[in-house]
Design a protein around this ligand. Structure first.
Ligand SMILES: *Cc1c(COP(=O)(O)O)cnc(C)c1O
Length: 226
């Protein structure tokens, strides 16, 4: 058994345990292995271990690995520069990190040109830390309103990164994202292009908490590979 395979089964059992604590079904949670720090050989081992969702935060590496392993689902999770969206629009199973009008409009335009629908999440800076990407919670309504009129995209949910802080603060951040998701699910019920199901939250240090608070996608890097 490879190290990656061992890590994978450990992570799955931690996800299952977190689900059990709150009465969730582990099948509702997708593990995205963030492969930004590893090469093709490790990705191949991960595929052998049964991982089929991968995340990259740099457009060049996203494109490179997606071309090497086109059968897998590749998630773009990095900050979006509008001059580089060609590298992932139409190729990403899901873009996690859309946080501005500019990015939304550019992705929609590119998707229209390709004749595809790009699924995406809106990244929310719940904690309000200056250093974090993401739109403020109070901007979310405006972004969703813009998104519902844009052909070529589908908003599938919300994403956040918790601050490095004590458990109570981290949990509050995940709860806040879930509450935003629930609130806007009601507000945009029936809207074209808005299906707020996914909550992409939780990384190596905090994914069990995120699962307890409703994560449907966890993005895990170090713990998969080390
Ligand atoms: C690197 C990264 C992760 C994974 O982080 P780990 O702490 O290594 O699990 C998750 N999400 C984003 C956006 C990242 O850039």
């Amino acid at each position: 058994m490879s190290k990656v395979a061992e890590n994978h089964s450990l992570i799955l059992s931690q996800i299952a345990a977190a689900c059990q604590r709150v009465g969730r079904n582990p099948a509702e949670v997708t593990l995205v292995a963030v492969s930004k720090t590893v090469g093709a050989a490790e990705v191949a081992l991960a595929i052998q271990a049964g991982i089929h969702d991968f995340g990259e935060n740099r457009t060049a590496l996203f494109e490179e690995k997606q071309q090497l392993f086109p059968e897998e689902r590749w998630h773009f999770i990095g900050s979006i520069q509008t001059n580089k969206i060609k590298d992932f629009v139409g190729k990403a199973a899901l873009v996690h990190s859309v946080a501005s009008d500019r990015a939304l409009v550019a992705i929609a335009k590119r998707a229209q040109a390709l004749g595809v629908t790009q699924r995406l999440l809106l990244e929310v800076n719940v904690s309000g830390e200056q250093s974090k990407d993401g739109t403020g919670p109070q901007e979310l309504d405006r972004l969703l309103d813009l998104a519902q009129g844009l052909e070529g995209i589908e908003v599938r949910g919300l994403m956040t990164m918790a601050p490095q802080a004590d458990e109570r603060t981290v949990r509050a951040c995940f709860q806040a994202l879930r509450e935003l998701r629930d609130r806007f699910t009601v507000a945009y019920r029936g809207a074209e292009r808005i299906f707020l199901h996914e909550l992409s939250m939780g990384m190596s240090d905090d994914f069990p908490l995120a699962v307890e608070e409703g994560a449907t996608i966890v993005r895990i890097g170090r713990t998969v590979w080390l």
